[in-house]
Design a protein around this ligand. Structure first.
Ligand SMILES: NC(=O)c1ccc[n+]([C@@H]2O[C@H](COP(=O)([O-])OP(=O)(O)OC[C@H]3O[C@@H](n4cnc5c(N)ncnc54)[C@H](O)[C@@H]3O)[C@@H](O)[C@H]2O)c1
Length: 366
């Protein structure tokens, strides 16, 4: 009798769960530009998602998105507040310029929505603090758009580092170099080169790389110092306020040091270009992007820590819906998004102030 009862209960639980997953997650997309349209493509592939609303202030982008999502027949809006007001919207994607993220995410959280917010979650410490405060006590899912956290090979490599594959992590050297600036006449040209809107190169783009460094080290920095400047694209585009190069040193707990450089004039034919994260430990070093581990000293051969895997470019989006429907932990939540943004803001502030800036001065409670 007892066994039957257990099976009965198990059966009801499965049935209840199946019912729950059949109910679509009504989704709204705010910002349907470059990233927003990529996210929309991913959302449309999710079995649990239905696109109810699309929002953008640029009518051409809104039209394009509405065409892409025609199967769900979404309503279109120019005013993001009208979207968040809709009671039937369960989940909101935010892919607007960075300076708008925090305000939009806060409103969405307060309206009881699940939120997928593109990186960086804020461009100032005050914005990030306000977001963390708003998210306190929220039972809804929050995912920050740091999709590298959903890459299987990277995750396995970091896990191996955590398990001691290179002993204790003692230093990281990382860079994000680009061959050229973002297109000055491109569609993001109206916000990208204004530091108050994008936060600058370090906050807007290197936030991904800095998140990887934190992930590998297993904590966030305590302080930073550094220098940045506009040396190559002087007043180009006119009125530009974001640095085109910078060099920052971060100091982590246990005296772990991290050295990070960025520039947007690294010739494509020159070696060591683009992006890398080298993690040094007491028993060897890892090139995070290739997962190769190099034993210490001379003459040793690299060892692959994690095999290359078939990666799903929409895995991060799928993880968001999994968290909503099945309650699985999100790959990077509001604290993870805040930590990455604050790491970038720390480095940015150090470059602007040309002094040592401390994490503790942010007054955040993570
Ligand atoms: N995770 C990633 O790898 C990745 C890649 C690219 C961009 N991004 C992020 O996505 C965000 C958007 O970048 P993008 O390249 O798509 O820029 P974009 O300029 O192509 O798109 C931004 C869109 O937001 C719209 N917008 C601006 N203000 C708005 C408002 N008040 N209400 C509604 N819509 C508004 C613009 O009209 C535009 O269509 C940025 O935060 C960027 O960092 C993330």
């Amino acid at each position: 009798m007892e066994i039957d009862r257990r099976f009965f209960l198990l059966g009801s639980a499965v049935a209840a769960h199946a019912f729950q997953s059949e109910k679509p997650v009504n989704t709204a997309m705010i910002g349907t530009g470059n990233r927003g349209s990529f996210l929309l493509e991913g959302v449309l592939r999710q079995p649990n998602a239905k696109v109810l609303a699309l929002c953008d202030i640029k009518p051409d982008r809104l039209d394009k998105a509405a065409t892409a999502a025609a199967k769900d027949n979404p309503a279109t809006y120019a005013d993001w507040r009208r979207v968040i007001e809709r009671k039937d919207v369960d989940a909101v994607f935010i892919a607007t310029p960075p300076y708008l993220h925090s305000e939009m995410a806060i409103q969405a959280i307060q309206a009881g929505k699940h939120v997928y917010c593109e990186k960086p979650v804020g461009v100032t410490a005050a914005q990030v603090r306000a977001l963390l405060d708003a998210a306190k006590g929220s039972k809804k899912v929050f995912v920050a758009g740091q999709q590298l956290r959903s890459q299987k090979q990277l995750a396995e490599t970091v896990r191996k580092i955590r398990e001691g594959a290179i002993g204790e992590v003692i230093m990281v050297k990382a860079q994000r170099h680009a061959v050229a600036d973002l297109d000055h006449d491109g569609t993001s040209g109206d916000w990208y080169f204004d530091v108050t809107k994008s936060g600058g190169y370090l906050i807007e783009q290197s936030v991904h790389n800095l998140d990887l460094c934190n992930w590998a080290i297993g904590s966030h920095p305590l302080r930073a110092c550094g220098f940045g400047a506009i040396v190559f694209y002087k007043n180009d585009p006119p009125g530009r306020t974001i640095f085109d190069c910078g060099s920052i040193t971060y100091d982590y707990p246990n005296a772990v040091k991290m050295s990070f450089t960025q520039n947007v004039f690294h010739p494509a034919s020159m070696p060591n270009g683009n992006q890398y994260v080298y993690v040094y430990g007491t028993k060897g070093a890892v090139d995070l992007m290739t997962a190769n581990m190099y034993p210490p000293g001379r003459g040793s051969q690299p060892v692959l820590l994690a095999p290359k895997q078939q990666e799903d470019q929409f895995a991060h989006i799928a993880a968001f819906y999994d968290s909503i429907v099945h309650g699985t932990p999100p790959p990077v939540d509001v604290k993870g998004g805040a930590t990455a943004a604050l790491t970038a803001i720390l480095g940015h502030d150090a470059m602007v102030q040309e002094t040592v800036v401390k994490w503790s001065d942010f007054g955040v409670d993570l």
